[in-house]
Write a protein that binds this ligand. Structure first.
Ligand code: F6P
Length: 331
């Protein structure tokens, strides 16, 4: 269920970036500030996500304070996962701070963990919040794309293309580890676009035996080098475990490359800047309409708003057809 509040008194909006940073967050902040100012609304930016609300650490934002940031990676408001916000007493104090600062509503740019905080804040203290999906993982139910995903995929892909050059020159097997703790959206996009032989994602179980079988099969067909892509899963370094298993059980020597936080940085792609600008605009519009406890997103090329609760309770699935395509095209 989405929330509703009386927006006729809306004067001041607070914005913050929460969770892991994602390229395009600055473009979203810029869009929020400029849209809000267009409607004569005041904006403040809280620093380091929920932590900034707890500490009353904020900066006033005006159109000129967001100049020259659309192309910058990271977030000018800084990011962070705030464990303290799990404490109901801390949330109460945070709500009190917002009342004191006369902040009427919030826009939260972040992932599903940040949305959980936003939803509970609304339920407990009636702080109107609208979410903007911002995570390189693209693992938010209710939107086909999140801010930062496209850039992260392009960054990983550039690395894979380079690895392919050296893999082919030496006839080598490479395992490339991309980000994605609970989800394989980056791994599958990069796997398809980078022509990977196999991908390993948290959503799908795999057996080393069948991987060994498929590597042997590709060698038999004449393949001299291969690239396997794995999502990091629960523990970064999973690629080393895979390489070890392939060595022990299949006798293969695989080179490992972990891309890590490189994927989170860098200038946002045009796709992410456009998405972030549109989400930023929509977020302010939703608050002006008195809508809250929702997040803005894009589904089948249409902009949509979805209750935060859905993003919290439902899991976005990887399209099985996509996985099959990777398999077929790797033959
Ligand atoms: O949520 C985005 C993400 O980059 C995940 O892909 C990754 O597992 C995690 O954040 C890493 O978080 P941290 O930077 O806090 O180690």
């Amino acid at each position: 269920m989405a929330g509703q509040f009386n927006s006729s008194q809306l004067k001041k909006i607070g914005v913050f970036t929460s969770g892991g940073d994602a390229p395009g967050m600055n473009a979203a902040i810029r869009a929020i500030v400029r849209t809000a100012c267009y409607y004569n609304l005041e904006v403040v930016g809280f620093i380091h996500g929920y932590q900034g609300i707890i500490n009353k650490d904020f900066v006033p934002l005006a159109p000129r304070s967001v100049a020259n940031i659309i192309q910058r990676g990271g977030t000018i408001l800084k990011a962070g996962r705030c464990q303290k916000f799990l404490d109901p007493q801390i949330r109460k104090a945070a709500a009190h701070n917002l009342k004191e600062l006369k902040v009427d509503a919030l826009l939260c740019i972040g992932g599903d963990g940040s949305f959980k905080g936003a939803h509970i804040f609304w339920e407990e203290h009636h702080i109107p919040i609208v979410g903007l999906p911002g995570t390189i993982d693209n693992d938010i139910y209710g939107t086909d794309n999140t801010i930062g995903f496209n850039t992260a995929v392009n960054t990983a892909l550039e690395a894979i293309d380079r690895i392919r050059d050296t893999a082919a020159s030496h006839d080598r097997l490479f395992i490339v580890e991309v980000m994605g703790r609970d989800s394989g959206f980056i791994a599958s996009a990069v796997g398809l676009a980078g022509g990977a032989e196999n991908i390993f994602i948290p959503e799908e179980p795999y057996s080393i035996k069948s991987i060994i079988k498929s590597i042997k099969e590709s060698i038999r067909k004449g393949k001299k080098s291969s690239i396997l892509v794995t999502a990091e899963g629960q523990k970064p370094g999973r690629a080393y475990d895979l390489a070890e298993a392939l060595r022990k059980q299949g006798g293969f020597e695989a080179k490992v490359c972990i891309l890590g936080h490189i994927q989170r940085g860098g200038s946002p792609s045009a796709t992410d800047r456009i998405l972030a600008s549109q989400f930023g605009f929509m977020g302010v519009e939703e608050l002006r309409r008195g809508h809250c406890d929702i997040f803005v997103g894009i589904k089948n090329n249409q902009f949509v708003s979805t209750p935060l609760q859905e993003a919290i309770n439902k899991k976005k699935d990887i399209d099985k057809k996509f996985l099959k395509l990777i398999h077929i095209l790797s033959s």
